[in-house]
Design a protein around this ligand. Sequence first.
Ligand code: PRT
Ligand code: ZN
Length: 286
Amino acid sequence: MSSVLRIALQKSGRLSEDSYQLFKECGIRFDYGTGKLKSVSSNFPAEFLFLRDDDIPGYVEDGVADLGIVGENVAVEMGRQVQTIHKLGFSKCRLSIAVPRGTDWTGIQCLEGKNIATSYPNLLGNYLTEQGVQAEIHEISGSVEIAPSIGLAEAVCDIVSSGSTLLSNGLKEVETIFRSEAILIAPNELNAEKQELIDKLLFRIKAVQVAKNNKYIVLNAPNHSLDQITALLPGMKSPTVTPLATEGWSSVHSVLNENEFWENIEAIRAAGAEGILVIPIEKMIY
Ligand code: PRT
Ligand code: ZN
């Protein structure tokens, strides 16, 4: 029997939509939703399991799943024997310590001898040890933010994304102890067939990610500034330059990285470029 990759995804939560979207963009079709617990892809040797995120590292460690998508915060907190195959760039958040807004905060030593509520006792415990602070950790599984207002703890350590939950609970963020994003995890041992399938999938994931970070750009350039403009648009190998019907002008096609986008566009315009079109790229393969 030929090999099939078993991939564990969060059934429903903050990781789900982006995980489903990623496989869709990789051209891997499968059904999900309406209470489904399992689904087989119709066009890739993969079977998907829909689980709670907390169960995914264990399933991967035991080899029940060959791949899983979880938040780095969950993977590290659980300390399972798994390997991180790739960072996925979505569900970004941070694990932070927060205290009531009126608290005088001069540094992490303010927590000496205090009670801290968290769902991340291992990550917090390691951080406090590193910082040489002794504090009492109260592990609770949810609604951590209310702990100070009900007298359970003087501080909390919880996941923050926009910061609005802390704000609405009268708390201020004082230390970030861990930064997280969604990651792809796999068992430490994989047979050659599974590894080959994972490599095939990773090739597609990387093509999708690179495309998202780049834009296709088309512009008209006066021939006298072509050298200057093409130097700003190196593209994947070099830009395509073709003459326009109008004498003395050319059309330049290239690829531009999102991070350098605005800076380069300004320089390109200053060099005399006109009619600049910027187009999203669906896939990019070097
Ligand atoms: O049901 P299941 O167990 O599968 O899901 P879950 O409820 O345990 O997890 P879920 O879906 O809430 O989060 C899954 C993963 O998303 C987390 O492990 C993080 O890696 C990541 N993530 C990204 C977040 C957030 N952003 C986030 N904002 N996880 C939780 N939050 C919560 C946080 O706990 C706090 O209550 O949102 C609140 C803070 O948000 P802001 O925007 O107000 O700061
Ligand atoms: Zn969970």
